[in-house]
Design a protein around this ligand. Sequence first.
Ligand code: IPM
Ligand code: MN
Length: 371
Amino acid sequence: MEKKIAVIFGDGIGPEVTKQSIKVLNAVGHRFGHVFHYTEAIMGADAIDKTGNPLPDETITTCLNSDAILFGAIGHPKYDNDPTAKIRPEQGLLKLRKELQLFANIRPITTYHALHHLSPLKSKQLKNIDFVIFRELTGGIYFGKKELSVDQTKATDECSYSRYEIERIAHLAFKYAQKRKRKLTLVDKANVLETSRLWRKVVQETAIQYSDVTVDYMFVDNAAMQIILHPAQFDVIVTENLFGDILSDEASVLSGSLGLLPSASVGNTTALFEPIHGSYPQAAGKDIANPLGSILSAAMMLDHFQMTEEATAVREAVSWTLEHGFVSKDIDAINNYATTAIGDLITDHIERHADGDRLHGHASLNQSTII
Ligand code: IPM
Ligand code: MN
């Protein structure tokens, strides 16, 4: 198969982790006989520096003309610490989500046995954790009217949802649950918010069409607690934009590192794949960032292309690096490997079905400490 991939490296560690995914995709292409064509596009602080615009029109066009988008990260401290900045890198990503109508952000939460010790939870609570967060991505408070009074003493962010916006993600989440453990949890704040009451009503009505799926409803404050106390109870969580943003970062600690979690944003046009971690500016350019969130996002892209065997090969290679301790600094502060070294190991594993012993002597390993 041939596929066109738009690549947006973005800011901070975005370029270095995304480059590892490209190596991995090329290895997949090589082994399975596919050709991936890449077109670079700019967004975020990088695009502001180059053009003054966080999302130039060419980027939108490139994305719309591609089969998928691989995206790194967005954000720069010079904007984070300046609340008066009118142009911000994040506006690029938000506008891209809106323009491409990427209304559902899918964030799978997986744990790895080799990393159980990194989780703040006890090992027994980590058993059987396997859930997916469906976060609504183009509505809610992120996109509502924003106002700051003239005297700058009052600010407003409006949160609104239409029935249609809720229905379309609810259908996706129900269909996904049907292929899994057939349980769906709507997370909302229906005891307080009108938008949440609409979510509850629409999800209840939609549920009638999916009688094989068990539905439960949970207030977001309780959900934040349940994710830590009994994470194994969840299968598919569906929720609005802001709640999903917060809960997915929270859930990432279950796996041991935010650096591991991938995501897919899907909707009416080209789907976008990105790690959920941010631009991590302190690590940028140091070759220490964890590339697995990006590489696992590339695996989700392969699933999206219906290249299931290929996606499995990538996930197996990732698990293999974790099991053998080929991990980045966020996972092991003492014995760790460079971003590029981990990318090389995974690439090698996919291309040659390499076994662990041979790779222990890999010349290009750039390990920080000799064990
Ligand atoms: C995410 C990020 C973004 C969001 C930021 C960078 C705008 O945190 O993808 O989760 O809040 O959606
Ligand atoms: Mn976030």
